[in-house]
Design a protein. Structure first.
Length: 151
C-alpha cells in the first residue's frame, strides 16, 4: 500500500465509533428521537463502513462504504432501505468533511447534492448541512445534520 493511501486511511480513524444524528429541516421541528450511526473498519482496515438507523418512517436507514484510491482520494458508496445507490466524492481536509454528488452514477442525477461538515476541536461533534444543487451553480440548504459521538 502506498504511503499516500495509508495516510488517507489513517485520517478516517476520526470517524470510528458510535454517534447520534440529529436532523433539522428548515421550518420544522427536529426529529423526535435521534438516529444512531456507527463507523467501523472492514476488511483489514481497507474500507470504512457507516451503518445508520433512523427512527422515523419517512427517512431511510443506510449503509455507506468509504474507499480510498491509490492517490489518497475518497469515494463514499451509499445504499439505503429504499433501494437507492449513489456515489459521492468525499474529502477530509483539516476539520472539514465534504461529500459531493454532481454526476449520474447508479441512479440518474435528478439533483446535485453536497454535504459539508465541520469537526469540533475534540472530534466528538460534527456540525453539517446537506444542500441541493439547482441548475449548474447555485446551492440551497436541504437540512442541517449534527453528529454527536457517544462511544
Amino acid at each position: 500500500m502506498t504511503d499516500v493511501r495509508s495516510q488517507a486511511l489513517e485520517r478516517l480513524d476520526v470517524f470510528v465509533g458510535e454517534w447520534t444524528l440529529e436532523a433539522r429541516f428548515p421550518g420544522e421541528q427536529p426529529m423526535p428521537a435521534p438516529a444512531r450511526t456507527r463507523f467501523e473498519w472492514a476488511l483489514d482496515r481497507q474500507f470504512l463502513l457507516q451503518r445508520t438507523e433512523i427512527p422515523v418512517s419517512e427517512a431511510p436507514d443506510s449503509l455507506t462504504i468509504v474507499s480510498v484510491g491509490s492517490d489518497g482520494g475518497y469515494t463514499q458508496h451509499y445504499y439505503d432501505s429504499r433501494g437507492v445507490a449513489r456515489l459521492y466524492a468525499m474529502r477530509l481536509v483539516d476539520r472539514t468533511w465534504t461529500l459531493t454528488r454532481e454526476s449520474p452514477d447508479f441512479s440518474p442525477l435528478e439533483f446535485r447534492q453536497r454535504f459539508t461538515g465541520t469537526f469540533s476541536d475534540d472530534n466528538n461533534l460534527i456540525e453539517g448541512t446537506w444542500e441541493t444543487g439547482l441548475g449548474d451553480t447555485s446551492w440551497v440548504p436541504d437540512f442541517a445534520l449534527t453528529y454527536r459521538r457517544i462511544g
